[in-house]
Design a protein around this ligand. Structure first.
Ligand code: URA
Length: 492
């Protein structure tokens, strides 16, 4: 039987079933290399069974070929979007044995041509495969977060009198390796082991070693290392994220009696407001080391779950644009509020209706959008689901303040001479305080690095108006952009 291949080539289906035994359950690169080869050899998803250590391929594949096919000479490498790769990396850590086939099926469908949806599939949030991927990715992110929050060390005294901290944890997914960096950074100066049924990690203060799966009996009993745990909890307790209802949901009261740090909660809550104010005044929340490149920020925001927006069914949207004079940078950074529905789906800022209105006004003002760095104060789309629609929700001040870390990091790398903040959220993202747009628009606000901030309204605000109100606000918006264009010309 002949058919149209995923890559548009005629292929002959030989009826071969393939079994791909994976050496590791969490090795994305291994899966990707095999998937690429199968795809280039036109092997349809229903002809492939993937097995992981300890798994089986099922009856249909009991005589499957374990040698992978060799792609033809003219086989094209598959086309894969960045968005697919990002989600796929997370999905692969899910413990559902069907994840490998799901990813291969989506990869196959992404290549489809001749009228089928092809590369745009990944944007179709209603597609069952795309939804399944999103659900699996969400479960993994949640598990990663829970492990970071709930690992409890117990101290063991070694024969030489030194202390070794040992924790027992049962992750639902293959997240242990993924979380290794977090624990080595957080507990860099301690000797510790984290034992899990999926493998173990051992850190001696310098090197990380991986070990085999463990059982609960391998972990010491007795009291948790309470002082250590309390100071750890106090150090990670982030007042900017304090929402008591959400906290109780995360860490229900019934668990408190076994959690030494829970005794600190009332005290920490009492001090939270003061600490938050102090941190915001310093212009930075305690988020660890600053990323040094835009690529590092891009990676980090995709893993960011420091506020509840990152836990929604969405993806982080990174800023885009040239970043220095060598690449034709205009010296302008444009900051919006947060990605909208379209931006979330396409993974780019200002590509939906607000972006189109912005483009018209930028063109009228003579500002080249392609030469500006365009980004958002908040990196994830905050919404509520209403039927099939995702309705925009304003980010809270705390959410903006948490995300401020990323915008500031982008600004430190991009080094714009002029920043245009559109809307109150963007202005707060740059200043760390709320300002009234009507009071500050049209005038530069000096920023601490010598650059200047100009504030105007947000194009989405204009889109919500009509009639004379819309005309008046568009006039003011156009006037602000003209002033920015004139100032850029002076600075050039
Ligand atoms: N609104 C924003 O603030 N940013 C976008 O990227 C899109 C809409």
């Amino acid at each position: 039987m002949t058919g149209q291949s995923a890559l548009g080539l005629q292929h002959v289906r030989l009826g071969t079933y393939y079994v791909v035994p994976l050496a590791a359950s969490d090795d994305f690169e291994e899966w990707r290399d095999h998937a690429r080869r199968l795809l280039m050899a036109d092997v349809p998803p229903d002809r492939v069974a993937w097995t992981e250590p300890g798994g089986s391929a099922g009856d249909l594949f009991s005589h499957g070929d374990r040698r992978l096919p060799v792609p033809g000479k003219d086989a094209q490498p598959p086309r894969v979007s960045k968005r697919f790769m990002e989600i796929a990396r997370t999905v692969l850590l899910n413990s559902d044995p069907a994840r490998f086939s799901l990813l291969y099926r989506v990869l196959w469908r992404l290549q489809a041509q001749n009228g089928s949806i092809g590369p745009r599939l990944i944007e179709d949030a209603a597609d069952p495969d795309v939804r399944a991927m999103a659900d699996m990715a969400r479960e993994v992110r949640r598990d990663i977060h829970k492990m970071r929050a709930f690992v409890r060390f117990r101290v063991v005294e070694e024969e030489d009198g030194s202390e070794h901290y040992v924790a027992w944890f049962e992750p639902f997914h293959h997240i242990l390796r993924h979380n290794a960096g977090f624990f080595t950074r957080r507990f860099a100066n301690m000797r510790w082991s984290i034992l899990t049924p999926r493998g173990s990690l051992h850190w001696d203060g310098e090197t990380l070693r991986e070990g085999p799966p463990a059982t609960r009996a391998d972990a010491p009993g007795g009291d948790p290392a309470e002082d250590l745990w309390r100071s750890y909890y106090a150090s990670i307790f982030n007042p900017a994220r304090l929402k008591i209802g959400a906290m109780l949901k995360e860490m229900p009261r019934k668990y408190w009696k076994n959690m030494p740090e829970a005794q600190l909660i009332p005290e920490l809550i009492a001090g939270a407001q003061a600490r938050e104010a102090a941190m915001v005044a310093k212009g930075a929340l305690d988020m660890g080391e600053r990323p040094q490149t835009l690529a590092a920020i891009d990676k980090a925001i995709h893993a960011c779950a420091r506020c509840p927006i990152g836990e929604l069914h969405n993806t982080a949207v990174m800023g885009e644009g040239p970043q220095d004079a060598a690449q034709g940078f205009s010296g302008l950074m444009i900051v919006g509020e947060q990605p909208g529905d379209q931006e979330d789906l396409q993974g780019r800022p200002f590509v939906g209706p607000a972006g189109q209105l912005l483009d018209v006004h930028l063109a009228q003002a003579g500002i080249d959008r392609g030469a500006a760095y365009v980004t958002n104060a908040v990196k994830h789309f905050k919404y509520v689901q209403r039927g099939k629609r995702r309705l925009h929700q304003n980010p809270s001040a705390k959410e903006i303040d948490v995300c401020r870390w990323w915008v500031e990091s982008e600004r430190m790398i991009v080094r714009p001479r002029l920043v245009l903040a559109m809307g109150a959220s963007a202005a707060r993202g740059l200043l760390g305080r709320t300002v009234s747009i009507s009071k500050v628009r049209g005038e530069p606000i000096p920023l601490e690095d010598g650059s200047e901030l100009w504030v105007t309204s947000h194009p989405s605000y204009l889109l919500r108006l009509d009639g004379a109100g819309r005309e008046e606000q568009e006039r003011l918006f156009a006037r602000d952009l003209a002033a920015v264009a004139a100032r850029l010309a002076q600075l050039a």
